[in-house]
Design a protein around this ligand. Structure first.
Ligand code: DO4
Ligand code: MG
Length: 287
C-alpha cells in the first residue's frame, strides 16, 4: 500500500492525499475526509485505517492524469551518512584529510546524522535537482528514506536523493553543510510505502540510472540489506534530545557511488528506483 500527495491540474494548488495499490490508479482519500498525510501517519493502526478507508466510495484517478507532489508536509528532512561500506570507502578515497573521521563513524555506535532540508524546499519527482555553481564534482545519492511520525516510529518508506558536491565535502569536513544543504539538493518521493517490516524493506533493491542526452552514462545498484545500522537505531538517534512535532523524514545513506571521474551535468536525468516503492526521477540544473 502506498500513499502520495498529488494535485489534479496545473491550475489546482490544493494538495490531495492519495492511496495506490496497483501503481496505475490512485484513490483520492481527500474525498473521504483525509486532509493531511501527517494526521494519517500519526494514527496507531495505519494499515487498518487505510483498509477501512478503501471500502468507502472515492474517486479513482489514473496515475498518468495527476501530478505527484513530494510526500512531505511539515516534516524536516534529515540524513544519515556512511551507513554502507561503499560510502565509507568513497569518502576515505576522496579525502585523505577526513579519512579517519569516516572510518571512525562507520564503526562508532553513534551514526553520522545531518540536516538536509526544510519541508518547503524538498523537490518532488519531476522537479529540478541542483548542482552548485561553485562545485566541480557533483553526484546524486540514491537512498531509502524512513518516514517517522512524531513519536519517532518508522511508519513508512520513501525514496530520497541526497544531492552532494564531493569536491567541497572532500576539501574539508567542516564544509559538509555547504556540500549537502543548498538549493534543490534534496528530492523525495513519490510514494510512501506503508505496512512493510524492516526485514521486508531490507530485501528491496536500490537502483540508479543517469541519462545524458538520452544515453545512460551511469547505472548502479545495491540492496537495502547492505545498510550497517537498524532503522530503529537510526530513528532513535535522530529523535534523541530532539522533537519533531510533525514527524520527520530520515535518508539512510547511499550504497551506490559513481566512479571518481563522473560528475553530473546540467540537463542530466537522475532516475532512482527502490523495488518496494517506485521511481523518483529528476532533471539536473545548475543553481
Ligand atoms: O559525510 C558524508 C556524507 C555521507 C552520505 O551522505 C552518505 O553516506 O550517504
Ligand atoms: Mg547521503
Amino acid at each position: 500500500m502506498k500513499l502520495c500527495r498529488f494535485k489534479t491540474g496545473a491550475a489546482c494548488h490544493h494538495a490531495r492525499i492519495g492511496l495506490t495499490t496497483d501503481d496505475a490508479t490512485v484513490l483520492d482519500l481527500s474525498a473521504a475526509g483525509v486532509k493531511s498525510l501527517t494526521a494519517l501517519l500519526e494514527g496507531d493502526n495505519l494499515v487498518a485505517v487505510l483498509q477501512a478507508l478503501m471500502t468507502l466510495p472515492m474517486p479513482r484517478l489514473p496515475l498518468a492524469e495527476i501530478t505527484l507532489l513530494a510526500p512531505v508536509e511539515q516534516q524536516e528532512v534529515w540524513a544519515a551518512g556512511v551507513t554502507y561500506l561503499r560510502s565509507k570507502k568513497a569518502r576515505m578515497d576522496e579525502s585523505e584529510f577526513s579519512a579517519s573521521a569516516y572510518d571512525r563513524v562507520y564503526e562508532a555506535e553513534r551514526p553520522e546524522i545531518f540536516f538536509k532540508s526544510l519541508p518547503e524546499k524538498v523537490i518532488a519527482t519531476g522537479g529540478d535537482v541542483g548542482i552548485r555553481r561553485d562545485a566541480k564534482w557533483n553526484v546524486p545519492e540514491p537512498e531509502l528514506a524512513l518516514v517517522c511520525n512524531s513519536r519517532g516510529k518508522v511508519v513508512g518508506y520513501t525514496i530520497g536523493n541526497d544531492m552532494s558536491s564531493r569536491d567541497i565535502e572532500g576539501e574539508n569536513l567542516l564544509y559538509l553543510p555547504q556540500a549537502k544543504t543548498y538549493l534543490k539538493s534534496c528530492a523525495v518521493g513519490p510514494f510512501i510505502t506503508v505496512g512493510a517490516s524492516e526485514a521486508q524493506a531490507r530485501a528491496w533493491a536500490i537502483s540508479i540510472e543517469i541519462h545524458r542526452g538520452g544515453v545512460a552514462v551511469f547505472n548502479g545498484e545495491t540492496s537495502v540489506g547492505q545498510i550497517k545500522r537498524t532503522f530503529d537505531s537510526l530513528a532513535e538517534f535522530l529523535f534523541r534530545s530532539q522533537s519533531f512535532p510533525h514527524g520527520a523524514v530520515l535518508l539512510t545513506g547511499t550504497g551506490v557511488v559513481p566512479p571518481d571521474n563522473f560528475t553530473l551535468a546540467a540537463g542530466d536525468r537522475v532516475r532512482i528506483g527502490i523495488s518496494g516503492i517506485g521511481t523518483l526521477e529528476n532533471p539536473v540544473a545548475i543553481v
